[in-house]
Design a protein around this ligand. Structure first.
Ligand SMILES: Nc1ncnc2c1ncn2[C@@H]1O[C@H](COP(=O)(O)OP(=O)(O)OP(=O)(O)O)[C@@H](O)[C@H]1O
Length: 748
């Protein structure tokens, strides 16, 4: 144990911290980069350049630094970085840290896996350190992430790099039961790492929750948080934050929308997009491929892929929780020879975190929705990202494939595209994504649909998951997601072979699709016609002409000759001429568009579903729609509404209490009855035991049966049974004889 520090040594420590802060502030002020400049374009500082104070008023420049120890950072942060083995900066860190350290707002964009996390964690720590932030100061920084797993990951980085600092930090994410405990401590925390929903919950519900002194706000995956799904929550959060603060926005697919930036009151932000000039929008070490897989062949293809990559770590993206559950449960029963896991937003949080950490540690296949598509840095590199269902837009594609090839490691990805989705390939290529067209070696395809059909046909075991039901739900949800997609050039449900799709999942009959029948009344949904329309046929889908001899390197890397390189179906480059400029669409869950689009009044609460979509609890309050589409709330209406709600709540509360009282009364009565009957049972049973010579099992059985059943019917039946025993089995005469026997045996 370390001896307690003396007052003198504490004073010394404080003094040296004050001196360090003074030095850092002068250094930062003296060497700050010009606003609007990109430090990456400066000549890099050599390893031997002097660092810090050179003479009384001269300090070394820090824009152009290549190593963390050349930056004006506190010793505590430097120690944290060193211990976590971070020495050289990545490009985004070199570009943004000099601006961030001198207090500027940052809009940072860099490829996935390029180290954006440290680019905001370091300035958060430094800003609070230099402000001598202490526990009694409350919340000094808020870091917001769109998903819980990502928030947990950011929190880990913060803990590791900030381990020598004295700040208190908390992870506030949804799905955790300890919200009441959180409420007790949240006001003592200096740094909050959170998801928008949970933060807003604290803003709404935690007494005295105070962020009025906030110094730094960070939005990681900023474009997602500024997206329509989080819009209302974010507006409500921002309305409770002070305007004088530093703000960092980071993402691999950054927003430049002036409106978004205005919402966050950014002050002349530095836009640092380090890979804008890069030839590709994705990491250089990422090998990307795409292949045509018709809808009804997706299961076979995925199964074959898994079977031929049993020694890899594979992340598989599907479009909905239902799809994920079905594929996971069905494939699990078929034992492919590699551990399978699944992750989606409907899972309990603890389980989600458990799966996430297991996948970090082991070679396995993880089936996931887009909940794992952003930010996650799986510890041991992911070998393959397989996109079974087409991503909703280019940004979603970039984030999904970005789960592999992180920092300096390599990775591979394959995108399954249906013939009707070929436009997506053009869009990807337009956005500088080097994706190579390949074809499957159909000889090595291992059909699984027959096995699935056999599984689904099996008589249900009650304890087991209902696979048929899961397949049914997966089928409907998938079609609905395609049907609701705005981008009809890519997502057109009328072009899908619906019956074949149903059969490929193993379903014995094609389920009824109500939403489709309504929409396409009079039109018959084609089964395969779409494939012919697009000039593809089932026969030639896997036999596309090879235009140029594609380098064998890809084939080697794409491995095990299961996949082989091919050219796009239009021959060579995918045509872009016939593509209209389409706004990226959104998938099913994202597009619950709310009519209300307001800056919510402070202190109110937005409810989120598991995918992070807001639900519209206040939509009824909107009473005027302005010309620009925004909705205005009339104050009277709002206060009346709240008064009504309070009254309603009171009434409900009264009813609840009454019901609760009644329930408890009934329970007491029942217990009383049980006790009485129990006593009677014991008496009866004792009599029987003596008569039958049994060891008492029957007594136990009888009472167990009784106590297992709570229903009145069971009680009545039992009463009846008892009375039958007494009335029929032993007559009065027999009872007297028995009593005499007993007495005589006792005396003998
Ligand atoms: N300077 C550095 N030196 C060594 N490794 C680093 C450095 N910076 C980051 N890394 C590592 O690189 C990996 C990716 O970093 P990070 O998760 O911050 O990427 P990102 O840009 O935020 O990715 P995404 O866009 O997917 O969220 C992590 O494993 C991290 O530890």
């Amino acid at each position: 144990m370390r001896p307690p520090k003396s007052r003198e040594s504490r004073k010394q420590k404080r003094l040296s911290e004050v001196q360090e802060i003074e030095l850092l502030e002068s250094w930062i002020e003296n060497g700050k980069p010009e606003s609007g400049s990109n430090p990456l374009s400066l000549p890099p500082l050599s390893k031997d350049s002097p660092v810090g104070r050179i003479d009384d008023n001269t300090f070394s420049a820090y824009a152009g630094s290549q190593r963390f120890d050349q930056l004006p950072l506190s010793q505590k942060t430097k120690d944290g970085l060193k211990e976590a083995k971070f020495t050289k900066m990545t490009d985004i860190q070199r570009a943004s840290l000099p601006h961030a350290l001198c207090g500027r707002d940052i809009l940072g964009a860099a490829k996935t896996g390029s180290g954006k996390t440290l680019a905001f964690i370091i300035p958060v720590l430094e800003k609070l350190y230099r402000a001598r932030w202490g526990p009694e100061f409350g919340v000094g920084s808020i870091i917001i992430s769109p998903t819980r797993e990502l928030a947990a990951q950011l929190f880990d980085v913060l803990k590791s790099v900030g381990k020598h600092h004295n700040f208190s930090a908390g992870l506030l994410i949804g799905g955790r039961k300890d919200v009441d405990m959180e409420k007790e401590h949240v006001n003592d925390l200096n740094i909050l790492v959170c998801t928008p929903g949970r933060l807003l919950q604290h803003m709404d519900e935690t007494p005295n929750f105070d962020c009025s002194e906030l110094q730094v706000l960070v939005l990681d995956e900023a474009d997602r948080i500024l997206d329509v799904g989080f819009k209302k929550a974010l507006n409500a959060i921002v309305s409770q934050l002070p305007k004088h603060r530093q703000t960092f926005l980071f993402s691999a697919t950054q927003t430049k929308s002036v409106q978004d930036l205005a919402r966050l009151s950014l002050k002349d932000p530095e836009y640092l997009s380090v890979h804008e000039e890069s030839v590709t929008a994705t990491p250089n070490r990422l090998h990307q491929t795409a292949m045509i897989v018709p809808l009804d062949k997706k299961m076979d293809m995925l199964w074959s892929f898994i079977k031929s990559h049993l020694n890899s770590k594979i992340l598989v993206f599907l479009s909905s929780c239902k799809q994920v559950r079905f594929v996971f449960e069905a494939f699990k029963k078929l034992h492919p020879g590699i551990p399978l896991k699944c992750l989606h937003g409907r899972m309990k949080q603890e389980r989600r975190m458990g799966i996430y950490s297991q996948f970090c540690e082991t070679r396995s296949v993880l089936f996931s929705t887009d909940v794992a598509s952003r930010g996650l840095d799986f510890n041991k590199a992911v070998d393959w990202v397989v996109q079974v269902d087409c991503p909703e837009d280019v940004a979603a594609y970039i984030h999904r494939v970005g789960r592999t090839a992180r920092y300096l490691s390599g990775g591979k990805s394959v995108l399954f595209l249906m013939p009707s989705e070929m436009k997506m390939l053009e869009k990807l290529q337009e956005k500088k994504i080097p994706i190579q067209f390949i074809k499957a070696n159909t000889k090595r395809l291992q059909p699984v649909s027959g096995l699935l059909a056999a599984l689904l046909a099996k008589k249900d075991d009650k304890r087991d998951v209902d696979l048929r039901h899961l397949a049914h739900r997966a089928f409907i949800t998938y079609l609905r997601s395609i049907h609701k997609h705005r981008d009809k050039e890519v997502f057109d449900v009328l072009k899908l072979p619906i019956e074949e799709f149903s059969a490929s999942l193993g379903l014995p009959m094609t389920p009824k699709i109500r939403f489709l029948n309504q929409k396409s009344k009079g039109k018959k949904v084609p089964a395969e016609s779409s494939l012919q329309e697009e000039n593809y046929s089932k026969e030639n889908l896997f036999e596309l002409p090879r235009e140029s001899p594609v380098t064998s390197k890809l084939e080697e890397e794409v491995d095990e000759d299961f996949l082989s390189a091919k050219t796009p179906p239009h021959g060579g480059q995918v045509k872009s001429t016939d593509i209209a400029d389409i706004e990226p669409g959104t998938r099913l869950l994202k597009k619950k568009k709310l009519k209300i689009n307001v800056h919510r009044p402070v202190g109110t609460r937005v409810v989120f579903d598991d995918e992070g979509n807001t639900l519209p609890p206040l939509a009824t309050l909107a009473d005027r729609i302005n010309g620009d589409g925004s909705v205005q709330l009339d104050e009277d209406t709002v206060s009346k509404r709240y008064a009504n709600l309070r009254e309603e709540l009171k009434e409900e509360d009264k009813e609840d209490k009454l019901m609760d009282r009644q329930r408890r009364k009934e329970k007491r009565m029942k217990e009383k009855m049980k006790r009485r009957r129990g006593r009677k049972d014991e008496d009866d049973a004792e009599g029987e035991e003596d008569l039958s010579g049994s060891d008492g099992d029957r007594t136990n059985k009888k009472s167990k049966m009784y106590f297992d059943s709570d229903s009145d019917d069971a009680e009545k039946k039992r009463d009846k049974d008892n009375s039958t025993i007494h009335a029929d089995s032993i007559s009065l005469k027999e009872q007297e004889e028995l009593a005499l026997k007993l007495l005589s045996s006792m005396h003998s």
